[in-house]
Design a protein around this ligand. Sequence first.
Ligand code: LLP
Length: 386
Amino acid sequence: MIDNRFIEKFKALETPFYFYDFDLLRRTLDEVKQESSKYGYIVHYAVKANANDALLKVIRDAGMGADCVSGNEVAKAIEIGIPREKVAFAGVGKSDKEIRTALENDIFSFNCESIPEIEVIDELAGEAGKVAPVAIRINPDVDPQTHEYITTGLKDNKFGINHWDFDEVGRRLRSLKNIRLTGIHFHIGSQITDISVFEQLSLKVNKIQEWFVENGFHLEHINVGGGLGINYEKPEEEPIPDFKSYFKAFHDNLELQPGQQLHFELGRSLVAQCGHLISRVLYVKKGLETQFMILDAGMTELIRPALYKANHKATNLSSNGELVKYDVVGPICESSDTFSRGTLMPVAKRGDLVALHSAGAYGESMASTYNMRDMVRSYNSDELLK
Ligand code: LLP
């Protein structure tokens, strides 16, 4: 999965670090563009998945827009050179400062999640002498069949506006003068591997759109968020997710009005498979019934296993000896700092390089310095081959 040319380079580098394969990233972006442009769909990259500067530049060069969830992400997207008219700003708790940043930058859309937020955006836009383009994030109550911590579109989730509030929202939209309704927005969850979930979402969107049409609102765009999952178990078999079936599910089920644009906000599916967390074995230690492989990378670099019991496939890049069962753990003072248990891997020794795969999304962007560790570094294939 990782070319030998890179493994040779890793030997001289201090671990742990993220390694991004930009060749795979570019091929993934090409595939997305090819499949989405068949239907004229517009794709924004969900910056939260990975805000690494070099990676963002590759995404900018592919012509993607940006989906941001903080004022700093909005500022970063614009600094990198993503056109402001392709920047959307979502999130349940936008602060006044963040709203002002976005207003100053004349972004494409504020994806609004509550009536009080709409009122604040109206007020701040008035102060700035602007009319803010607003899309209403709607909670469609569709079960994405994924981990409860990354489910966002059920009626008891904190995200979006529920259908019983539509009349009230309609009244505000008609009366407030400094906002302009441009669209509706949805995002039901992440790591969704069952395509029929997107078919259900499309059918729900059709129903919801009817309400807006009946109430005299014209929607320029519909944004269906992100959520397409990736193959964590066998990344080598599926380095590029099935974008073809994904976009087709919307094309076959979601009814657009004439001239209406369909937008997407993909994070994980664009960047997960191009990223690997590279670490070294510090110690191999005998436990009661198991052997611990203690890495120099831990939950500070990759928190997903501790937080969601996520599985990231591990490969020993330095050994192909006989297979032994290991509990693969990090150095942090928490029992949850465990990458996997009872994993069959080639016999390991101190100093072996170990890669944790499918780590390009929500890896580096969720890293911390807990235990006063250094913030994780990163390298990409372009710079290592220079
Ligand atoms: N749009 C909105 C409004 C979102 O909240 C998200 C992700 C996305 C788009 C991008 O979703 P994606 O295509 O990446 O599924 N930290 C978790 C994932 C949290 C996702 C949050 N929202 C993880 O490591 O699995």
